[in-house]
Write a protein that binds this ligand. Structure first.
Ligand code: 13P
Length: 341
């Protein structure tokens, strides 16, 4: 492990005004997105769609520090034969790779899951490094419900995250540590905070036990937010205040940067929340985005699987990237959304 190099990459991933594009949907997940725009889920369509984003040069250069790729994409070539990884690098952005292999039911914990993929991970990381990846992602999924999450679920997932992170650093790859507490339930924001604090405390404990250097990771957490089905939705200010307070309680200042997942928030809510947090200011770490849906929903719709829509889709991608970039600086304003191209 070269900690200076890892730290340099982690700092670049969360550089001022820049954030991460999570384009690592598995083939099954991207099918759901393509179904919504009546587009066939073929290898070529997946390539064309992602190439459209990676070739949005201004967005990539100015707003996107790194891109999380799925295994298929890291080996894929653009229509003109250029490897997609080279297009990302040419724009000054860093290629990254999702390395977890999804979730499996956790025995003895009905309704709960654990993320898998540690077997042979060391070998896979070497291949990904050679292919240009300088960071990786592993997502743990924690659901809130009656009697959930159990400590068993939190512990198993935190342990796997830490094992993954240690293996990444040994391969000179920065681990994005993503313990996601889902926002799908009917719980209120305070329950989300309570569960997320437990999850983050356990995660950092396991990172410590596994000797992970915090200077060489990026944390990708959920925000403190009301469950989607909760009747009382917290305001933007409450989300920002409670998220910052929660993170200050749990995340050591040695961590260079925190990049949130969007988790099913609307595009504008994800931007407004990030902006409000950065306006609070005086934070020990950079706070930015690592959005999947909140960066891609608009360009996906504009593209709708048609080559004649590429320019419109790139404008939509540019707009969301720019809005989130401003939010990462605490300089976004709601009326900027209306001026969209
Ligand atoms: P969302 O922003 O759509 O939650 O996706 C981010 C991600 O990488 C989830 O693992």
């Amino acid at each position: 492990m070269n900690l200076a190099d890892l730290n340099k990459v982690a700092v670049a991933m969360t550089a001022p005004g820049k954030g991460i594009l999570a384009a690592d949907e598995s083939t099954g997940t991207i099918k759901k997105r393509f179904d919504a725009i009546a587009t066939e889920n073929t290898e070529d369509n997946r390539r064309d769609y992602r190439e459209m984003m990676f070739r949005t040069a201004e967005a990539m250069k100015n707003h996107i520090s790194g891109v999380i790729l799925y295994d298929e994409t890291i080996w894929q070539k653009a229509k003109d034969g250029t490897p997609l990884v080279d297009i990302i690098k040419a724009a000054g952005s860093i290629p990254g790779i999702k390395v977890d292999e999804g979730v499996k039911p956790l025995p003895n914990c009905p309704g709960e899951v654990v993320t898998v993929g540690l077997d042979k991970l060391a070998d896979r990381l070497t291949k990904y490094y050679d292919a240009g990846a300088r960071f990786a992602k592993w997502r743990a999924v924690i659901d809130i419900g009656q009697g959930m999450p159990t400590f068993s679920c939190i512990h198993a997932n935190a342990h796997a995250l830490a094992r993954y992170a240690a293996l990444c650093q040994a391969a000179n790859i920065v681990p994005i540590v993503e313990p996601e507490v889902l926002m799908d339930g009917a719980h209120d924001i305070d329950r989300c905070v309570d569960v997320t604090v437990r999850v983050l405390k356990e995660t950092f404990q396991e990172l410590y036990y596994n000797r992970v250097a915090l200077e060489g990771i990026v944390l990708k957490p959920n925000m403190a937010i009301s469950g989607k089905k909760c009747a009382k939705q917290a305001s933007v200010e409450e989300v920002a205040e409670k998220t910052v307070k929660m993170l200050k309680e749990c995340v050591p200042a040695a961590v260079p940067g925190i990049a949130f997942l969007s988790g099913g928030q609307s595009d504008e809510a994800a931007t407004a929340h990030l902006d409000a947090m950065n306006r609070i200011g005086n934070l020990p770490w950079a706070l930015t985005f690592s959005y999947g849906r909140a960066l891609q929903a608009a360009p996906q719709k504009a593209w709708s699987g048609r080559s004649e829509n590429v320019a419109a889709a790139q404008r939509a991608f540019m707009h969301r990237a720019k809005m989130n970039s401003l939010a990462a600086l605490g300089q976004w304003k709601a009326d900027m959304e209306k001026k969209a191209a």
